[in-house]
Design a protein around this ligand. Structure first.
Ligand code: E4P
Length: 217
């Protein structure tokens, strides 16, 4: 499973990159705003800064909601850096734009996906990635992981190449469960990724090894 970090925070992106396990980055307008990055030029420069840190795909989301706006904006974003993936909303014009970009060799990430039917449409339009938001489904008492299983089944039935990018991952168990189900990618916060490191028996075992070493030296 590929690991993407879901943030626009450069310090956290560097930290994940240093760990040696990072395959890419996802951002969205809310994450950019959280870092205080506003204005088209600043946002574009920030995407370039992210691409300079990581080696993999960097999702950059369009703001436009019409086909024409998404094509113009997506082409500008894709021209920024070869690692840029154009992130498009799961709306009718987003699907059309996805087809346009996939026909023109530009990678896409169809976002705000909450049903297997939406994921099927994204795959039909040639999306590189589809982003089902599992945490936001959990937030409304609906099983987000069940959606990942449904999409896995649909994509495997027809051998779709679109990668399932489990998004809105909130904690470490989401990552474990996405891996068991067979999500191709997960994107989550650094805290959820670092949670995978933790086990009390590891800490206790290391403490004992070091104490025993000291006894003999
Ligand atoms: C996905 O690409 C989104 O940026 C993200 O995962 C949304 O997560 P949230 O529901 O925690 O805001």
């Amino acid at each position: 499973m590929k690991f993407f970090i879901d943030t626009a925070n450069l310090t956290q992106i560097r930290e994940a990159q240093t760990l040696g396990i990072l395959d890419g980055v996802t951002t969205n307008p809310s994450l950019m705003a959280k870092e205080g990055i506003t204005g088209t030029e600043n946002i574009k420069n920030h995407y370039k800064a992210i691409c300079d840190i990581v080696e993999g795909d960097v999702s950059a989301e369009v703001i436009g909601t019409t086909y024409e706006e998404m094509i113009k904006e997506g082409e500008e974003l894709a021209a920024l850096h070869p690692q840029i993936v154009v992130k498009l909303p799961m709306i009718k014009d987003g699907v059309k734009a996805c087809k346009y970009f996939s026909d023109n060799g530009i990678k896409t990430n169809v976002t705000l996906v909450f049903s297997a039917g939406q994921a099927l449409l994204a795959a039909k339009a040639g999306a590189t990635y589809v982003s089902p938001f599992i945490g936001r489904l959990d937030d409304i008492s609906t099983d987000g992981l069940h959606l990942i299983s449904e999409i896995r089944k649909v994509y495997d039935n027809y051998n779709f190449q679109t990668e399932i990018l489990a998004a809105s991952v909130r904690h470490t168990m989401h990552i474990n469960n996405c891996a068991k189900i067979g999500a191709d990618v997960m994107t989550g916060p650094l805290s959820a990724i670092e949670g995978l490191l933790k086990h009390p028996l590891t800490d206790i075992g290391l403490e004992k090894f070091l104490a025993d070493y000291k006894k003999g030296n």
